[in-house]
Design a protein around this ligand. Structure first.
Ligand SMILES: C[S@@+](CC[C@H](N)C(=O)[O-])C[C@H]1O[C@@H](n2cnc3c(N)ncnc32)[C@H](O)[C@@H]1O
Length: 227
């Protein structure tokens, strides 16, 4: 994708705040993750994997090693600074089976049924429209494929004045929803075998209490014996 197209995809106030915050963090070494999605995903040789909100690209590069030369890993992110950093690192390390694309969570820049595996770490909480973001994940996973996602959920509903504050959303807490509605969203979007692989104790973030978890599920496969 060329630079002009990359620019076109970034239009809204929340995305501008996200781009500013995360592009500013691209060269820092602060931890932006909230769980072990990449490790728990157990990516296999030959698989097509996608990391949504790939940040500096470290998980994409690790998955690239697991899927090997016959596999491929896409890193998707809205922040230009993060994408630039990730591409530079991949190039420096000579990792060839990766590609980074700029897009928003609600409009993933990949065709239907691309991925055997989707991972994401501490990103889905930023989505303005959670159903749209998870429907996009469902769309890009192959039938029978899976996701493993680490994310933050809110212990109590985020007060309305923060929910629409782009900076607070960009800080990974004001966009968070509660655990029950989170799992209901996955169910509503069609995922099966939903499992919690790890979960933290509650902790304070911004103006609320949150917790982190790593959740996995499958997109049902094509049924060959239902007739
Ligand atoms: C907390 S960081 C996590 C980065 C990486 N996954 C990690 O674990 O280090 C969130 C990432 O998601 C990206 N992001 C946030 N909101 C987004 C959105 N609405 N669309 C696309 N990317 C988004 C940010 O640019 C940032 O790189």
């Amino acid at each position: 994708m060329n630079a002009a197209t990359e620019k076109l995809l970034v239009s809204s106030a929340p995305i501008t705040a996200i781009d500013q915050r995360y592009s500013g963090l691209a060269e820092s070494s602060c931890c932006l993750s909230c769980g072990g999605a990449a490790d728990r995903a157990l990516a296999q040789p030959g698989e097509i994997a996608v990391d949504i909100g790939s940040g500096r690209g470290q998980d994409v590069i690790r998955l690239a090693e697991s899927v090997g030369p016959n596999g491929r890993v896409y890193g998707l992110d809205a922040s230009q600074g993060m994408l630039d950093k990730a591409r530079r690192t991949a190039e420096k390390l000579g990792v060839a089976n990766v590609e980074f694309r700029r897009c928003e969570l609600e409009r993933l820049d990949l065709p239907d049924a691309t991925a055997d595996l989707v991972i994401s770490n501490c990103t889905l909480n930023h989505a303005t429209d959670k159903d749209a973001a998870w429907n996009e994940i469902y769309r890009i996973i192959k039938p029978g494929g899976r996701f493993v996602v680490s994310d933050i959920y809110a212990l109590t509903e985020v007060p309305a004045e923060y929910r629409t504050n782009p900076e607070a959303v960009a800080e990974c807490w004001a966009g968070a929803i509660e655990r029950g509605p989170y799992l209901e969203t996955l169910n509503r979007c069609g995922f099966a075998d939903i499992q919690i692989l790890e979960e933290s104790a509650p902790y304070k973030k911004g103006a609320i209490n949150v917790a982190s978890f790593t959740v996995a599920a499958k997109k049902p496969g094509v049924c060959c014996c239902c007739g």
